[in-house]
Design a protein around this ligand. Structure first.
Ligand code: ADP
Length: 266
């Protein structure tokens, strides 16, 4: 089983305050996944980020922050707005996948996962397993969920990766984003950023500088924290550049692709 995340940075114009799908990338990625499925059918789970569909409304409504009880109806409506926005993105994505003959089935986190203090504490994956056994490709994405201490929170695609991998024990965990992997600082703003082939500890993380854009879920730092947690459980993951043509195909086929491996081993 492979868990593949496609970052919001690839599928949308994340810097934009508008909700825009990057159809060029989406079509290419769908065809690369299909090409790999044609080589050999595999159990695949797709996780995608919310990008410009999720982050601006999540920021606007300050979901995941404590709030006064009198604001509950407003917050609840904000929650609904975000849920609806990310569902739209998911619908566009699934549409393209289905056009490429990929049997995707959307399983939104808001309909079966809940959290405590922004961490997933409940989520029955039986249906996920059933769909996988029947050859479907479950698709889940960054979403809002009920939170027992904060009422509502945002769950990133990266936290979903961690939750799914911990519970489903995949053979590969792959994260496609818009850079080659992890650097000591943001490679988009620093020409001298140093690339890490392997990332193993929080000490390496100390060298990292902030994150990018309007991502309310942690950007690269949040991603790495989730993956280091998986590494602690002995599950290795790899961050690759999904903007590079054929990278997704190659990584699904277990071929060599530039990227950063997150692992505690040597
Ligand atoms: P995605 O939406 O694909 O999950 P994010 O936008 O959350 O990805 O994170 C990827 C972005 O993180 C890259 O576009 C890059 O500019 C930024 N970034 C910030 N710091 C780093 C770093 N140290 N190494 C790599 N990328 C970084």
């Amino acid at each position: 089983m492979i868990i593949l995340k496609i970052g919001g940075s690839i599928l949308t114009n994340k810097d934009s305050m508008e909700s825009e799908v990057d159809y060029t990338s989406l079509e290419r990625i769908a065809s690369e996944i299909k090409a790999s499925m044609d080589v050999c059918e595999k159990q695949l789970i797709i996780v995608h980020g919310a990008g410009s569909f999720g982050h601006p409304p999540a920021k606007k409504h300050k979901i995941g922050e404590e709030f006064d009880k009198s604001l509950y109806p407003q917050k609840r409506l904000g929650f609904c707005e975000i849920q609806n926005e990310v569902k739209k993105l998911n619908m566009f994505i699934c549409e393209v996948f289905i056009e490429n003959d990929l049997p995707v089935i959307a399983l939104p986190a808001s309909s079966f996962i809940s959290a405590t203090d922004k961490r997933i504490t409940n989520g029955n994956l039986d249906l996920f397993k059933n769909y996988l056994e029947k050859g479907f490709i479950p698709v889940i994405y960054g979403d809002v969920v009920l939170d027992s201490s904060l009422e509502f929170c945002v769950i990133s695609g990266d936290q979903l990766i961690q939750f799914l991998a911990k519970n489903l024990n995949p053979s590969q965990v792959i994260l496609g984003t818009d850079v080659d992997g992890v650097y000591n600082k943001n490679p988009k703003t620093h020409d001298d950023a140093i690339f890490f082939e392997k990332f193993a500890s929080l000490e390496d993380l100390d060298a990292l500088e902030g994150t990018t854009n309007v991502d309310v879920t942690g950007g690269m730092v949040g991603k790495i924290k989730e993956l280091l947690y998986l590494a602690d459980l002995g599950i290795e993951s790899k961050i690759i550049n999904a903007e590079v043509k054929d990278n997704i195909f190659k990584v699904l086929e277990n071929r060599e692709v530039k990227g950063t491996i997150i692992s505690r081993g040597n």
